[in-house]
Design a protein around this ligand. Structure first.
Ligand code: FES
Length: 137
């Protein structure tokens, strides 16, 4: 990690009330106490999304990074991770888990984010078949 990197998150959320007050697009750390993995969270379009608050590269706290679009930039070495899918952005590399964080009464609930359907790239589009078996172009 870089010596000058910021390692403290700007905001730490510890309970359901803190989640309700989380502003849109503000990056925060969800720390529910011992035994629960701290998450880097952000409220996106009314839904709170989270990834483990430890970069898959060398463990820097993602909640101390920067948030643009739907991706968080790690304060360690600048890798970017999509907060919706957990996938690295712009580089190949190890993805991280992704969660949807919800509040039901005063209980914080985590649910694994649904993996998104893979999109076809231009190199795969030529291989798709139509219903009658002929290749599309
Ligand atoms: S610790 Fe290296 S990119 Fe996150």
């Amino acid at each position: 990690m870089l010596a000058s990197m910021r390692t403290r998150p700007a905001v730490v959320v510890r309970d359901a009330e803190g989640l309700r007050r989380l502003p849109d697009r503000a990056l925060a750390r969800l720390d529910l106490g011992t035994g629960v993995l701290p998450l880097c969270i952000v409220r996106l379009r009314g839904e709170i999304r989270g990834v483990p608050d430890s970069c898959p590269h060398l463990g820097a706290p993602l909640s101390a990074g920067e948030f643009h679009g739907t991706a968080v930039t790690c304060p360690g070495h600048g890798r970017r991770y999509d907060m919706v899918t957990g996938r690295p952005v712009g580089v190949t590399g190890e993805p991280t888990a992704a969660y949807v964080v919800a509040v039901d009464h005063d209980e914080v609930q985590l649910r694994a984010a649904q993996p998104q359907r893979r999109r076809f790239g231009w190199w795969q589009r030529d291989r798709r078949k139509t219903r009658d078996g002929s290749a599309t172009r």
